[in-house]
Design a protein around this ligand. Sequence first.
Ligand code: MGD
Ligand code: MGD
Ligand code: SF4
Ligand code: MO
Length: 698
Amino acid sequence: MTREDRNPDPLIDVPRDGRVLGACPHDCPDTCSLLTTVRDGVAIKVQGNPGHPQTAGVLCTKVSRYTERTYHPERVLAPLRRVGPKGAGRFEPVSWDEALDDIAGRLKAIAVRDPQAIVPYSYAGTMGLVQGESMAARFFHRLGASLLDRTLCASAGAMALEATLGTRQGTRVEHFADARLILIWGSNPINSNLHFWRYALEAKRKGAKLVCIDPRRSETAEKCHAHLALLPGSDAALAYALMHELIRNDWLDHDYLARHTLGWAELRERALQWPPSRAAEICGLTEAEIVALAADIGASFQRREPVAIRLNYGMQRVRGGGNAVRAIACIPALIGAWRHRSGGLLLSSSGAFPVQRAVLERPDLLRRSGVAHPRTLNMSTIGNDLLRPASEAFGPRIEALVVYNSNPVAVAPESGKVVAGFAREDLFTVVLEHFRTDTADYADYVLPATTQLEHWDIHSSYGHTDVLLNRPAIPPLGAAKPNSQIFRELARRLGFDEPCFADDDLALCQQAFDERVDFERLLVEGHVSLAVPETPFAEGQFPTPSGKCEFFSARLAAAGHDGLPAVLPNYEALGSDERYPLAMISPPPRNFLNSTFVNVDSLRDGEGGPNLEIHPDDAAPRQIADGARVRVFNDRGSYHCIARVGLRARPGVVNGLGVWWRKLSLSGTNANELTSQKLTDLGAAPVFYDCLVEVEPA
Ligand SMILES: Nc1nc2c(c(=O)[nH]1)N[C@H]1C(S)=C(S)[C@@H](COP(=O)(O)OP(=O)(O)OC[C@H]3O[C@@H](n4cnc5c(=O)[nH]c(N)nc54)[C@H](O)[C@@H]3O)O[C@H]1N2
Ligand SMILES: Nc1nc2c(c(=O)[nH]1)N[C@H]1C(S)=C(S)[C@@H](COP(=O)(O)OP(=O)(O)OC[C@H]3O[C@@H](n4cnc5c(=O)[nH]c(N)nc54)[C@H](O)[C@@H]3O)O[C@H]1N2
Ligand code: SF4
Ligand SMILES: [Mo]
């Protein structure tokens, strides 16, 4: 072992009871507090911390299996260098020195010509602020590499929420327990937001009504009092029809509208063009279903009871996703729901966190790179961009890609193009990973990264408003290193001698927030709550330019958008292409988290194969039997699944659950073989659920 083959001392401090406090790193709104039991340097159990109210001692199935993932026999534990053709996944182990010297040399040679030909590619494999964009961002800023617009999941909804409410904040999750009517809209919390579901159940026990709005009869939908199985991409029409009914029946908080909203007259006029009959046709619902939901909202309003909407990102993965979020976000203001602490809407709570991004990421280092304003590439169109030649508009051809915390070959849309790009022999690709994912198979170097049990980190959340600290419970396995350390060592090799490259991970944890977050308490308790208002918008005070809830957004209008929420049909609307008569959505399954955990055998067995849920009315004419293997296809490619014929799918829509690893699926592809690289109306996000297909027996 050379000096660098050894890991820096991660300051492991296992208390006498052998239980170490951590935070779940996954891209999930719950951000659970973990208790890892360590015996003789081995993590034997990961449990939910009963001392953290949001976690309440409970983890989901996936993360209860975290030790199985950490000690998985296929963990990458040494740096690997490619020996076969790209994509073959043939590698030889090399030392850290060999790997990092070569990588640094190759990046330097490219940077001399134009550092923008180097592209970082990362997303939310870990949501940690340290192992995410801290040292990595410093490195790429100092280098002058291309910037990355991280749009893969939430940017449409985020931009919409910021336009309407002025922030990504809303009703506090714990207050849903006292709501009287809860709309669970484009969200399947039993699978993907378990700790919210606890509060919804508590409300239900106290007599609240739960309504689910989702094309799929999800695990959650079947436990609600009502389920509106609308067509994908029709949410804005539904929102307007609900507003139509609220107006027609005068179920309106006129005082709130007058004092705290902007553009009411215009919104009212637009909503009056959306009688339930018109929306019903677009949504694939009956008029009665829409009228009944509006009546539920109206009844709660008249009784002065809180109505709360749990919106989630599932409904914004279509062309009009941003505008649909805008339309839905108007509803609480019409009925003054924000007056109640248990009323309003929650899409994300991330705007509540005072993260010191500039301190962590140091965009000021760009000045020292020689490229003050590098281009920005959209991660959602990486397929097209990898195949693009140099041009005036695009800039240099992408020559090197450094991937961390992401598995783009599996998760990015239109895999055919993504794979073709990653297969370029002239592309230099480095992948920091735990496993040989579909993406790692295309790497020139795979660098072994530590898991959450092996490094420090600090976490905000997008579902609650607590900050969590993650302590390492065990030393790094094999030669694995934290992402932060890998970028520190690359920085040193490129001669970046700014003091910020010497900050260790604990220092980075401390830099993430200012004094509003009590770091000493975090060190002891593992979590601290932010001071956030009980009722953020009871008296208006929206952090928009007007200080009001902006039904009409002058900012969006100035940028060329409709000033009011628009109703936009899908790019691939049902009925628009007779060759592809079914709409496919590919929402999260219970046992995986995006493409993470697909390689954990017990969880993969739990899924029982890449499943395609299909309604009997769509299965019968195609001679598709339950359990049969089917081919799902469109012009972009094909994907083999096991047909699950039943009522989880509504007529006209098939549900291809999950983002499988291509190499662990039936056909060497996954749902993204079929999705397109078109982008949402706001936020330039992917339209994963705006996708027409046909299905046939395989
Ligand atoms: N088990 C598990 N949990 C997860 C994830 C996972 O992969 N697995 N992923 C995590 C991530 S990255 C995220 S972003 C979050 C939230 O991720 P989301 O994408 O919000 O996931 P879900 O909560 O499953 O909600 C999606 C629901 O929206 C529905 N839907 C699809 N299209 C439409 C539409 O056009 N309109 C409406 N109204 N509904 C639609 C789907 O059928 C699905 O039931 O979940 C996180 N949690
Ligand atoms: N068809 C379809 N596609 C989708 C979606 C969908 O619903 N349908 N959902 C989309 C959504 S919401 C999202 S958020 C994206 C998710 O896309 P990604 O953020 O890419 O998520 P994962 O697929 O979970 O891949 C994360 C990878 O990071 C690695 N990782 C985890 N921790 C660390 C670490 O500390 N260091 C390093 N170096 N690596 C680490 C994991 O091993 C894993 O392979 O996918 C999107 N793609
Ligand atoms: S994935 Fe979500 S529910 Fe599961 S442990 Fe992590 S934060 Fe909690
Ligand atoms: Mo996501």
